[in-house]
Design a protein around this ligand. Structure first.
Ligand code: ZN
Length: 235
């Protein structure tokens, strides 16, 4: 069975024209519409952790995995109430060194968005949603000296687990950038699953430490959104 894993970042009004990466802001009403259509079509929205048996082919069902990278406050404020109303769960990947801060790790910086603090993160998990790791400082992992990349993966897991009080199972590579060494570091750190930004549906033949995702963009029409959910497309 092939399973769509959807990737979102910010669920908020878009920043002004010309802002880098403006396409990763999806309007709240549009996000809510997308989730409602999934529900109407009989999809169950699931966190990555809960979807693994479907991806491995051990369970059958019409599911879509919903993931958010970076831990934006807008995910807590705008996306979570929609998910909770529909009975969907999702995974949010947090940057351990920027908790309660802004997403200003890029050079030059993108538009800064507020990120969840520890209280919102714990509430996210308490409502049945999954928390995953997304490194300490959101670096380009394969470009770092290996020992530093490994530290980013291990230290962030420990720091996040101190906040949540339970082990994290899922990881997202910043910018989707990874290689076999990074997959090893992620596995050795104790993560069971990891996601990239390679396009396509996830299935039994995929490496569980490099699962593909469909990035949902600001301007995606409902038809484009549904095509990403319904059809296997690689590349
Ligand atoms: Zn990210």
């Amino acid at each position: 069975m092939s399973v769509p894993i959807l990737l979102y970042h910010h669920i908020d009004e878009a920043p002004k024209r010309g802002t880098p990466a403006r396409s990763i802001w999806v309007k709240p009403a549009r996000f809510a519409g997308q989730m409602k259509v999934l529900k109407a079509l009989g999809f169950q929205g699931l966190s990555l952790r809960q979807a693994i048996p479907y991806i491995k082919g051990e369970k059958k069902g019409k599911i879509a995995v919903i993931t958010f990278d970076d831990g934006a406050m807008s995910v807590y404020q705008q996306a979570m109430p929609v998910l909770d109303r529909l009975g969907f769960t999702a995974t949010c990947f947090f940057v351990a060194g920027y908790i309660g801060g802004g997403n200003d790790w890029d050079r030059p910086p993108r538009k800064t968005a507020r990120l969840m603090g520890a209280a919102e993160m714990r509430d996210w998990a308490a409502r049945g949603h999954e928390a995953g790791g997304h490194t300490l400082t959101h670096p380009h992992l394969p470009a770092l000296p290996p020992v530093e990349a490994q530290k980013e993966i291990i230290d962030s897991k420990q720091r996040l687990e101190e906040i949540f009080g339970f082990p994290l199972l899922s990881f997202a590579y910043p910018y989707g950038e990874e290689n076999p060494l990074m997959r090893n570091f992620v596995r050795e750190a104790g993560y069971n699953y990891a996601v990239t930004t390679t396009r396509g549906q996830a299935g039994v033949t995929d490496d569980i430490l490099a699962l593909p995702r469909h990035s949902i963009r600001r301007n995606d029409s409902l038809m484009q959104f549904l095509l990403k959910c319904l059809f296997r497309k690689k590349g």
